[in-house]
Design a protein around this ligand. Structure first.
Ligand code: PMT
Length: 399
């Protein structure tokens, strides 16, 4: 999403300025063009040369440098930017932005801005909680086009423990992505299931599968970036819930079923990227099952509800998208599931292929539609595939 986007990074004087160097590196790796504006105070923490090297661009600090061309620098920078990110944003700079004080390059560019402004505050807890700072934050968060990123808690540079840590660069990147994405699914309510489910045998053992949640989480992030109200129902996964989604952790297929049921009446689009266990142990054993000297043992399994099939049967005018994890006869099995579960379309991945299906960062899929059409896609990142799937969801919503 950030390919060729023009990001203007404002850096204020705070120790977390060192993290902003990593932010520049991540932005560049994502294909963005970056220009950095530092306050004079920021230059005491990290040198302009560091940002210049990382961004491959001249760093702007002084307001009154001799013009190297006939552009008025603060105005041309404000016009240039697709998005302005101020990280770290100090109490001082936020107070200036709140009241329109423009007394250095950064506050002047921000005042002239036409693009979205993201502020990643970082400061001591006392400064953050101070009435004056809270007032600045209230004024800025009410201003259209300005978004204040949440601060984290922990040990601060001043050795206090509390709120005020700057958001991590990875998280800031997600916010930038979101700010720059067209809101083509604004307020559409989308429920996405992701990850495996886990069915307990006894207190230590369970039945599950290799799903990591990557495919479902990528869809949730992409949908939230497009402005959708996303409910992400996830089985056990190590992934962090994407910014801005309603996250509903579940464990078993039964729990996943109930979570979908509770949201179904408000759901406009249901995307079933999870790999729910089709079976669960017929009985849960309260105590750990002991090893038997006699060798073999068997666990009786009984079927779990088929979530997709159940809700497909009462679909109404919703769009329902399914996935199919297949190891052979992909087309035949995928088309059977498409019909049986009443999907608008089904995304079939061959789980025996390297770099596709379970756990991989990439996927290679074929999409089968209810009108008989099919489309084969090349291998790509799950995040890129999520965008293509959502484009198709948008087409289904329009038809
Ligand atoms: O999580 P990752 O590591 O990124 O891996 C992604 C994935 C391989 C899990 C994903 O791309 C995928 O294929 N998900 C579907 C896996 C699956 O359960 O396939 P299936 O062919 O068994 O089921 C068909 C459809 O019915 C799926 O949409 C599934 O979510 C749904 N289903 C299945 C069983 C069940 N009891 N209830 C269901 O709703």
């Amino acid at each position: 999403m950030l390919q060729n986007k023009r990001i203007l990074l404002g850096v204020c004087g705070g120790i977390s300025a060192y993290k902003s160097v990593d932010l520049v590196s991540r932005l560049k790796k994502a294909g963005a063009e970056v220009q950095v504006v530092m306050t004079e105070a920021a230059t005491h923490f990290v040198t302009p040369l560091t940002f210049q090297t990382m961004s491959n661009n001249v760093v702007h600090v002084e307001m009154f440098n001799q013009l190297s061309n006939m552009n008025v620098e603060h105005i041309s920078l404000a016009k240039w930017a697709d998005c302005i990110v101020i990280a770290p944003a100090t109490a001082n700079t936020m107070a200036k932005l709140a009241y329109g004080i423009a007394d250095n390059m950064l506050s002047t560019v921000a005042l002239a801005a036409r693009s979205p402004i993201l502020l990643a505050p970082a400061m001591n807890t006392g400064m953050l909680r101070a009435e004056a700072t809270q007032k600045s934050l209230a004024i800025l968060s009410a201003r259209s086009g300005v978004e204040i990123l949440p601060t984290g808690s922990g040990l601060l540079a001043c050795q206090d423990v509390g709120e005020g840590k700057m958001a991590e660069p990875k998280e800031i990147l997600s916010y930038i992505d979101r700010a720059l994405t067209k809101k083509t699914l604004q307020d559409v309510e989308i429920t996405i299931t992701a990850g495996p489910t886990l069915e307990r045998i006894d207190p230590v053992r369970f039945v599950s599968n290799h799903s990591s949640g990557k495919m479902g989480y990528a869809l949730a992030k992409a949908a939230a970036d497009r402005g959708a109200k996303v409910h992400l129902i996830s089985g056990p996964s190590r992934l962090e819930a994407p910014v801005g989604v309603d996250f509903i952790p579940v464990e078993s297929t039964e729990e996943m079923f109930r979570a979908v049921e509770s949201l179904f009446s408000r759901t406009r689009v249901l995307i079933k990227a999870a790999a729910p266990s089709d079976f669960k142990p017929a009985h849960y054993t309260e105590e750990k099952i002991k090893k038997r000297e006699s060798g073999e043992m068997a666990i009786a399994l009984r079927p779990n509800p088929d979530i997709a099939k159940h809700f497909g049967a009462i679909k109404g005018d919703r769009v329902i998208v399914g996935f199919a994890a297949e190891s052979h006869n992909m087309r035949t099995y995928a088309e059977k599931k498409l019909k049986e579960k009443n999907f608008n379309f089904i995304v079939a991945n061959n789980i025996t292929e390297k770099d596709a299906g379970f756990r991989a960062d990439t996927n290679r899929v074929e999409i089968f539609f209810s009108d008989g059409k099919a489309e084969s896609l090349p291998i790509m990142d799950k995040s890129a595939l999520a965008e293509i799937i959502l484009d198709k969801v948008e087409q289904e919503l329009e038809s």
